[in-house]
Design a binder for this molecule. Structure first.
Ligand code: GLN
Length: 455
């Protein structure tokens, strides 16, 4: 049914870069056989899933939305991919994304943009717009995304889906082509909070192949979602983040956000205002730390071992000339912008002035979270400052694009978990609005309890 749905709508939506019809149907048939024998591997055995094209998959292309990796078929599976395969989830295919996960609209994909199924002239968010659009368009019931600065939560908000960024280190990053190692996390994209909980528990847990993997078991999320679904939030203290609301936020988004906060109170939660003064500087710090890390990560695309190789005309070219020509042809403008920014910020003489300062802000943000969570159990904000904007609207204005992640970036800098839950549709344009919940490190269960209550 999902393969049929993809055939029917993906010509318009373009959520997928690659559909594995044969593979998915074979996995589905194997699951049917297990079901007939009463030997299902997992609650999600047989439930198809779409995978963001930044996660490695043996036998299936992995392009990261870049010409640099066009046609590359990885020799190994990401740990999260191994886990979904071992649980019997058929993989429908690989989803579109901004090149190397840099962007908030999926327009930076080298393979053309994904469109928002709610309104095809709108962006689906980014960088994981393909995963979110696939789930929103009923092309897939579940998807995997990655969130470095908001790339699961912001697409979730603007497509009316649920998106979760787990605690840093609680889901393996092995086989995730790194954007910024200290910020990246893999997480679920689904239509309900309970679905996310099921998928999150499946993909979470310690992995010896990821040196930053935590040893704490990832459990209790499904129970928390079930508890939240009863609609009782008595005893839960919620903090509205003063710095992440009001000015700069679209009035139609704020209207839905206020309704969500009222609902929290109605369900018995105690709601207070909390201040996190350093969040104001989160974006500035992120756009130094991220380019610094990614400029270093992307150095591996040197055209020598794998990926695109462009050989300039003329006599036998030097290795350096091949690298230059290949990187020039293989990377898009946004990727080049960040490589230049990051290389500059890490240059000797500038290191302390930029990267060092950004790391200090990061510490202040962690402390703000700590202080906030001494007062409340979870924090709440709108996920994204506006509903889905028209394609092309912010393409020539990188700063305006970066602003999409104002509310989501602090959690990546601090390693804390976050969820975006649908909060209804805007009274102005009828497009979805998301509300974001944030919890302390390793307290992801709180997100599921409060998120399920809000649903
Ligand atoms: N929009 C942010 C960026 O462009 C977030 C990216 C992400 O989470 N992968 O960096």
């Amino acid at each position: 049914a999902h393969i049929d749905r993809i055939s029917a709508v993906d010509g318009d939506v373009h959520a997928f870069l690659h559909v594995d019809t044969e593979g998915a149907l074979a996995q589905a048939a194997a699951s049917d056989a297990r079901r007939a024998d009463g030997e299902l591997l997992h609650a999600l055995d047989g439930v198809p899933i779409a995978v963001k094209d930044v996660l490695t998959t043996t036998g299936l292309p992995t392009t990261c939305g870049s010409k640099m990796l066009e046609g590359w078929i990885p020799p190994y599976d990401a740990t999260v991919v191994t886990k979904i395969k071992n649980a019997g989830l058929p993989i429908l295919g690989k989803t579109n994304m901004d090149e190397f996960a840099m962007g908030s609209s999926t327009e930076h994909s080298a393979y053309g943009p994904t469109r928002n199924p709610w309104k095809l002239d709108r962006i689906p968010g980014g960088s994981g717009g393909g995963s979110a659009a696939a789930v929103a368009a009923f092309e897939a019931p579940l998807a995997l995304g990655t969130d470095t600065g908001g790339s699961i939560r912001q697409p979730g908000a603007v497509t009316g889906t649920v998106g979760v960024k787990p605690t840093y280190g609680s889901v393996s990053r092995y086989g995730l082509v790194a954007l910024a190692n200290s910020l990246d996390q893999v997480g679920p994209v689904t239509r309900t909070v309970l679905d996310s909980a099921l998928l999150h528990e499946l993909i979470g847990g310690h992995d010896p192949l990821d040196s930053t993997s935590t040893t704490t078991p990832v459990t209790g999320l499904v129970d928390a979602a079930r508890q939240g679904a009863t609609g009782d939030l008595k005893g839960v203290k919620v903090g509205v983040i003063k710095e992440l609301a009001g000015e700069g936020w679209a009035p139609d988004v704020m209207a839905k956000f206020d309704e969500s906060v009222d609902l929290l109170t109605k369900l018995g939660a105690e709601v207070v205002e909390v201040s996190t003064p350093s969040f104001e500087h989160a974006m500035a710090a992120y756009y130094l730390i991220l380019p610094a890390e990614c400029s270093s990560n992307l150095a591996k695309f040197d055209a020598m071992r794998y990926g695109l190789r462009v050989t300039p005309d003329g006599k036998t070219p030097s290795a350096e000339a091949v690298m230059k020509a290949s990187r020039d042809a293989g990377f898009g403008d946004e990727v080049k912008r960040r490589i230049i920014l990051g290389t500059y910020a890490l240059s000797s003489g500038y290191y302390d002035a930029y990267y060092g300062q950004a790391q200090k802000i990061r510490t202040l943000i962690i402390e703000d979270f700590k202080k906030a969570f001494e007062q409340v159990d979870v924090l709440v904000s709108p996920t994204s400052p506006s509903t889905a904007f028209p394609l092309g609207a912010k393409l020539d204005d990188p700063l305006a694009m970066y602003m999409q992640d104002l509310a989501t970036i602090p959690a990546n800098l601090a390693g804390t978990p976050g969820i975006s839950v649908p909060a209804g549709v805007s009274d102005d344009d009828g497009l979805p609005v998301g509300v974001q919940l944030l919890a302390p490190v390793l307290e992801d269960a709180r997100l599921y309890r409060v998120g399920a209550a809000l649903e």
